[in-house]
Design a protein around this ligand. Sequence first.
Ligand SMILES: *[C@@H]1O[C@H](CO)[C@@H](O)[C@H](O)[C@H]1NC(C)=O
Ligand SMILES: *[C@@H]1O[C@H](CO)[C@@H](O)[C@H](O)[C@H]1NC(C)=O
Ligand SMILES: *[C@@H]1O[C@H](CO)[C@@H](O)[C@H](O)[C@H]1NC(C)=O
Length: 405
Amino acid sequence: MASSHHSLQFPLFTALLALLGTRLVVTYDTSILKSTFAAAPATCLTSIFSFGDSLADTGNLLHYLGDDAGPFAHLPYGETYFHNATGRFSDGRLIIDFIAQSLGLPLVPPYLAGTNAQDFRYGANFAVAGATALDNDFFRAKGLNVTWSEYSLVVQFNWFKQLLPSLCSTDSDCKGIISNSLFLVGEIGWNDHGYSFNEGRTADEIRTFIPNIIEVISSVIDDLIKLGAKTLVVPGIFPSGCVPVYLTWMQSEIVEDYDPDTGCIKWVNEFSAYHNQLLQNELDRIRRLHPHVTIIYADYYEALMSVFRSPEKFGFKKAPLDACCGGGGPYNVNFSLPCGGPMATVCKDPSKFVFWDDAHPTEAATEIVARGLLEGPYAYPPILQACSKVESDASQLQPLFHPTK
Ligand SMILES: *[C@@H]1O[C@H](CO)[C@@H](O)[C@H](O)[C@H]1NC(C)=O
Ligand SMILES: *[C@@H]1O[C@H](CO)[C@@H](O)[C@H](O)[C@H]1NC(C)=O
Ligand SMILES: *[C@@H]1O[C@H](CO)[C@@H](O)[C@H](O)[C@H]1NC(C)=O
């Protein structure tokens, strides 16, 4: 991927995943058949904290770069919903925006744009476009030319730890806030692949980085749980073989490289699926260690594949693998003519397109993915059922209360 100085062409998918908190603590004492539980708060999830890349950045990179931010700081970015460029890599809302709105919470403010703790009473977004899961030292040690800023997952997590004392004063205060929060841990890791492919590394080599990527995601989840997190959403990565930037990089004369039904590049999708499988295996392991924590895998991959398999069913055009906004060429991708720059063209109706620019979905496609996470079937439990799950667990226990009169 021809990356610009800021290496933002290759967006990182940000993941949003909410964690559903299980705030019900049931203690069985079978000898006396009695159970007690901590009362669930009126609202299950009262704030959102998010880590990730451009798929979740609601303005951090824009704020950091300021006037010099580049093409994404201009319309048509933002044209559909905000009617202005907000720093989101989209024509409209991101998954995190749909989640916040569905939970009745304000849009999650970018951490770097905040001025005081009051700005973050309903959460904070630490995601930065271009961020990697792994620290830059990892890539340097592999001989990669690191040209992107250090906004790795650990850097973002440290921001959270720095912010926390201003949101709560005592340990139990903080635990209370954290246990009622939804944590979106990702999407993160997609840029780790992207930068490496962009520098000509082979899939075989990059595959060996994946366990390191998963390990750092896992350690942040573990630290969040130690701080009291009960509800986490951890997204997988997109099917990269369907994404315009990868379709452009990896284009091939070999017909068999392409899936005849979708036009996606099969081996690239298998690479993404491998990453997602390792991530899910790790989440299974963490769930076994922490049965009272709700860790929701957000299946970005399958949610998007369902769209590519029958785009018209969802209101998109046929074969929607090209970008709405870009500089021409087979997928409307020309790295020297980026969306937001003077020479790019924009489609008339972004709601017919799955991709807004070379790597990021339109608001229309994002909404479909978000709905699949909020209501199912692409998250289990669906994010909106986190609270009712808690309630139904409680109702199943009800009979235990009656006999003791
Ligand atoms: C649009 O966004 C820019 C920053 O990208 C900001 O300076 C400007 O005030 C915004 N305009 C409106 C009308 O919100
Ligand atoms: C690293 O990338 C920068 C920016 O693309 C380039 O100017 C520089 O020459 C590269 N360095 C090496 C050692 O390849
Ligand atoms: C990208 O645009 C430039 C400028 O118009 C053009 O010279 C170049 O051939 C284009 N590249 C591709 C791959 O189409």
